[in-house]
Design a protein around this ligand. Sequence first.
Ligand code: C6P
Length: 417
Amino acid sequence: MTPVPMPKQTAAVLDVDKIRADFPILMRQVHDLPLVYLDNAASSQMPQPVIDRWVRYQQNEHANVHRAVHALSEIATREYEAARDKVARFINAREPREIIFTRGTTEGINLVMHGFGRAFIQQGDEIILSALEHHSNIVPWQMLCEEKGARLRIIPMNDAGELLLDEYEKLFNTHTRLVALAHVSNALGTVNPVREMIHAAHRHGVPVLLDGAQAAPHMAVDVQALDCDFYAFSGHKMCGPTGIGVLYGKAEWLEKMQPYQGGGDMILSVTFEKTTYNAIPYKFEAGTPPIAAAITLGAAMDYLSGIGMDAIAQHERALLRYATGQLRQVKGVRLIGTAQEKAAVLSFTLEGIHPHDAGTLLDMEGIAIRAGHHCAQPVMQRFGVPATARASFAFYNTFAEVDALIAGIHKVQKVFA
Ligand code: C6P
């Protein structure tokens, strides 16, 4: 096979060396070797300007929000709401009140399950999911179905990990109430044709929730252009901290939905007889929110926007193309997920080697990948494997790191030869 050359044009897309200098953790060693961090689909790393924002908040601005008249509380409130504005701009929401801060994608989906599902899904209704969903976008809907007597319908996929759109169309009927779909698969990398799929759902009058956990960090997302009804994603996969995520919802849906949790800040008035709920988005943010994390996520979005989401997508596409070409030349490799449209996720198995052993041995080389079912057991079942090894890339990864991965895989194979 002919080797895949390094795509030279990418040098001009991003100055990766300069970008890497912003990430202190990328300078560290693991097992006395330079860290090669290829587990970005699980969690990405944080650059210094984002770390600095966290520290500045803690050192100078920390107070509770929406609650007091003192200066610090006003600063914290202003910065927290400024972060909401940044998120709205980042995904092109119509208005900041369509942005709810959550703990992450999982909580965002659970919020929709409680707020939308409890109100609009009844016995005999149907929810369409796809065969490539993360457990976060399966289990909440199963719980709802059990409670309500509703049922799940599953869009099947082909051997490349692409959803079968003809089959999707056939799943709609008068009982369909919601489509809940990954924008990008974490286990396969497949980028679903969500625009087209949303359009199809809307023709049937059915709203769509997108799980954007693996999309928002890697491509420009425009919720108005997509016309999705809900979009959930996590801060820690896009250079932000853990414990913060975003649920976008169209205002007309959020207005009609029930609150997710009850408590402070989500109310206008409370008596023992009756509570009047606050306006959106506060109706869905009960209790003290993750203020520091939200503000820091705003800084992460500034950082990503400064680099440019299109440039990020272009660099990662080049990395994927190069890594796929290199990996295909390794004997005994089976790539799991070979869709035409893919994000920079490479799931694979090595003949005769358990993915966990491969992951452990690669770690000894300083190379961090994930091995397991990736919280997508139905995907593993579909491809007849218990687990895969998964390398997932970010904009700060280099072609040299792809080479390190391939060299590492050869070493792993030698151990088992
Ligand atoms: N996937 C991975 O290694 P949370 O945990 O709430 O931030 O995100 C959950 C989630 C939901 N949907 C998709 C498509 C995801 O990829 C994830 C998180 C990580 O693939 C951890 S399992």
